[in-house]
Ligand binder design. Structure first.
Ligand code: AMP
Ligand code: GLY
Length: 455
């Protein structure tokens, strides 16, 4: 067999040829990305590694049970996959993009060095400080005693964050000094959270409490050019009214009205463009999805809460419902190896309606989700349904297709996502659909989108 590993597939062959693509990951975000990619007339098959119970049921998608980056690389080469897109942060932090690129393969995502914007809070905070990007005042600690003394000096409320990937669970917004001290002990003494930064030890970032309204500001980058995705807002807390522990996200909607045109311009000017320029200047060009978690205060001033080096989950689900442009074309352009960067002339077209997604989570999520419950009431889609435009989709996350049943297999199980003319209508419809789906112990918030609904 001819060895194709050192050449990229030629662009001009593509227009007439159907091609196979790979989505790495198995959550709701990856289901939504794969679902959207499968709508492209240029795509023959979308493989998802490892995928979930939802991607298993869609005839246009195929799960492959591989997660190790080296094994994925070998598989992609033998299967002649034209393009890979990475959903979650772990494979990015583990260097899957570096590995693929070293073999000349097209893959959309940041290198391991660039992924530090997410994988190390200490890296991203120092980066923001160095490049004048607005963020909360902070300090980094590995010694619990010194951290306790800092908290006593600063007072509450204050925020304690584990330095490393913690799936949204490594942040304690401490309203009292006791909560802050407990969080330091939990994260540093004996490292009960089990999160380590790149150097291998436990470390925390302690930062100023910011108040305001959050929004998810996500863009695509090719190292030089930036294309903005539709705005969105997540709901990080487990319970209605933003109470309870932080989670990976309990629901999202797009667009987010808090991102007014003025806030949008400010976010680009103050956060996104300096970040892309700063990364290039530091010789770690950023390619991939860049997600800035923004805090917008009453004066519409913004600060960066965090960077993620990937799309958000569940933000991706409503965003993909609204995307009208062919996602394959966009990712192909973004990975085009040109001097100017392939995104230079790309503009995305969005459905003007609102998309809203409600996450159904397993009993015990986020601390200890129960697995193995049978899910009933899921909409049954036929081949023809996939070929129609859909304005309601149940994206799967922690699910498993077993002996004709769909079982729960993780914390966040489903994201019931609909498109409608207003946030209120989308909310009503999403909850109607949510209530028709059952599994033991299912929990979901009843108020997704509430900040965008004027009473
Ligand atoms: P992070 O993973 O850093 O985005 O933190 C998770 C969540 O904790 C954010 O979405 C916010 O809701 C909250 N949070 C993080 N940092 C702060 C802060 N400095 N002030 C207030 N809330 C914060
Ligand atoms: N939904 C928040 C995140 O993806 O990090």
């Amino acid at each position: 067999m001819e060895n194709k590993t050192n050449s990229r597939p030629a662009t001009n062959n593509l227009a007439n040829n159907l091609t196979n693509v790979l989505v790495i990951g198995g959550g709701g975000r990856e289901h939504a990305l794969a679902w959207k990619l499968a709508q492209s007339h240029k795509v023959q098959k979308v493989y998802v590694a490892p995928g979930n119970g939802g991607t298993a049921l869609d005839p246009r998608l195929e799960n492959i049970n591989i997660t190790d980056p080296q094994a994925l690389l070998d598989w992609v080469i033998t299967q002649n996959i034209a393009l890979t897109v990475v959903g979650p942060e772990q494979p990015l932090a583990a260097g899957v993009v570096d590995l693929f690129r070293a073999k000349g393969l097209r893959i959309f995502g940041p290198t391991a060095a660039a992924a530090q914007l997410e994988s190390s809070k200490a890296f991203s905070k120092a980066f923001m400080q160095r490049h004048g990007i607005p963020t909360a005042v902070y300090e980094t600690f590995s010694d619990a005693k010194v951290a306790h003394a800092y908290v006593d000096k600063m007072g509450a409320p204050i925020v304690v964050k584990a330095d490393g990937l913690a799936a949204g669970k490594g942040v304690v917004v401490a309203m009292t000094l006791k909560e802050a001290h407990d969080a330091i002990d939990f994260m540093l003494l004996g490292n009960e959270l089990g999160v380590a930064h790149n150097g291998g030890e436990a470390r925390v970032v302690i930062e100023e409490f910011l108040s305001g309204e959050e929004a998810s500001f996500i863009v695509m980058c090719d190292g030089k050019n930036v294309v903005t995705m539709a705005t969105s807002q997540d709901h990080k807390r487990l319970l209605d009214g933003d109470a309870g522990p932080n989670t990976g996200g309990m629901g999202a909607y797009s667009p987010a009205p808090v991102v007014t045109p003025d806030v949008h311009a400010r976010a680009m000017r103050e956060v996104i463009l300096p970040t892309i320029k700063g990364m290039a200047k530091d010789d770690i060009a950023f390619t991939g999805f860049l997600y800035a978690g923004l805090m917008i205060d009453a004066d519409k001033k913004i600060k960066t809460l965090e960077f993620n080096c990937r799309m958000g989950d569940p933000e991706t689900q409503p965003i993909m419902m609204r995307l009208k442009t062919d996602l394959f074309d966009v990712l192909w352009a973004a990975t085009e190896p040109t001097e100017q960067g392939g995104l230079q002339d790309i503009e995305l077209e969005w459905d003007r309606r609102t998309a809203l997604g409600v996450v159904m989570a397993a009993q015990g999520y986020p601390a200890a989700p129960r697995k193995g419950d049978v899910i009933t009431g899921l909409p049954v889609l036929k081949q023809a349904d996939y070929e129609q435009e859909q304005d309601a989709m149940v994206f799967h996350a922690g699910t498993l297709d077993k002996d004709g049943n769909t079982l729960t297999s993780g914390g966040r199980v489903l994201c019931v996502t609909v498109l409608s003319d207003s946030v209120k209508k989308a909310q009503q419809r999403a909850y109607e659909l949510t209530k028709s789906i059952h599994f033991d112990g299912a929990q979901y918030r009843e108020d997704i989108g509430y900040k965008a609904i004027k009473s």
